[in-house]
Design a protein around this ligand. Structure first.
Ligand code: URA
Length: 265
């Protein structure tokens, strides 16, 4: 291949991914990206959801979710339903069931794989080393942990931190779905392979699906690398910048500014 054909092929790939991205945005109800990505002075706190109105497209999409009899239930009701869950074998070995934490009205939800030792001990998701990395990502987005909601595909720690098995994911998934339908976020971020594969019902590797929005029950879902993977690959690695590119798209879809200090130099 000569230089021109390589350039041409790179250009075609760029156009194809741009077209797919724009189509995904359009399908998820976005009809334009504002030219200025900064909030007007005096605007509301970035992740405060506006009161539902007839003209609020996000509420309209959520109200139209198909066959969702649970759509008005609260997170407390779902937690109560779980009780002292023993629906799968993880129930026997956990210390604490890790339901999820954060703003029940969050516009943005992060879904991880499952609790590790720290989370199992404290009953809260992402409080160990991976949690510190997730906190850095959230802060780099100009957000606070309490603005968003954080949960996992499975609510109980898999022994030795192995990935959850398919029977465990199947037992827990209905509760995760109910949590997501209750919160109705404007964007879901799936952290890593387990979350992405469970939510998108796919076996395709994360590297192939990250970087563009997918549909999850009418909610745009962005798969990205897991914070633990970033810890393994280093703070300034390609994977780190890939996550940052993905989070930039998330901020744009939420019409939130990309903080100047976090921009790639
Ligand atoms: N990794 C996860 O996927 N979830 C947690 O809660 C902690 C680590």
């Amino acid at each position: 291949m000569n230089v021109h054909s390589i350039q041409h092929s790179v250009q075609s790939q760029l156009f194809a991914s741009l077209a797919a991205y724009l189509q995904d945005l359009q399908e998820s109800g976005v009809d334009g990206i504002p030219p200025e990505m900064t909030l007007a002075a005096g605007a509301e706190a970035p992740l405060q959801r506006p009161a539902p109105t007839e003209r609020n497209p996000v509420e309209t999409v959520a109200a139209d979710l198909p066959n969702t009899p649970e759509k008005h239930e609260t997170l407390e009701q779902i937690r109560k339903d779980l009780g002292a869950c023993q629906r799968c074998k993880l129930g026997a070995t956990r210390k604490n069931l890790v339901f999820g934490t954060g703003n029940p009205q969050a516009r943005l939800v992060f879904v991880g794989e499952g609790p590790g030792a720290d989370e199992d001990a404290q009953g809260e998701p992402f409080v160990g080393d991976a949690g510190k990395m997730l906190n850095r990502i959230i802060a780099a987005m100009g957000l606070k942990r309490e603005d968003v909601y954080i949960c996992n595909v499975v609510k109980c720690r898999p022994p030795k931190n192995r990935p959850p098995e398919s029977d465990e994911v199947s037992a827990c998934f209905p509760f995760l779905l109910r949590q997501l339908l209750s919160i109705k976020p404007e964007v879901i971020v799936a952290l890593g392979s387990s979350a992405t594969q469970a939510l998108l019902q796919t076996k395709v590797p994360i590297s192939k699906v990250r970087g563009k929005f997918h549909d999850f029950h009418g909610m745009p879902l962005m798969p990205t690398y897991h914070p633990s993977y970033l810890l393994r690959t280093g703070g300034n690695s390609d994977s780190f910048w890939s996550v940052w590119d993905d989070m930039t798209q998330v901020l744009q879809l939420l019409r939130l500014p990309v903080p100047e200090k976090s921009r790639k130099k």
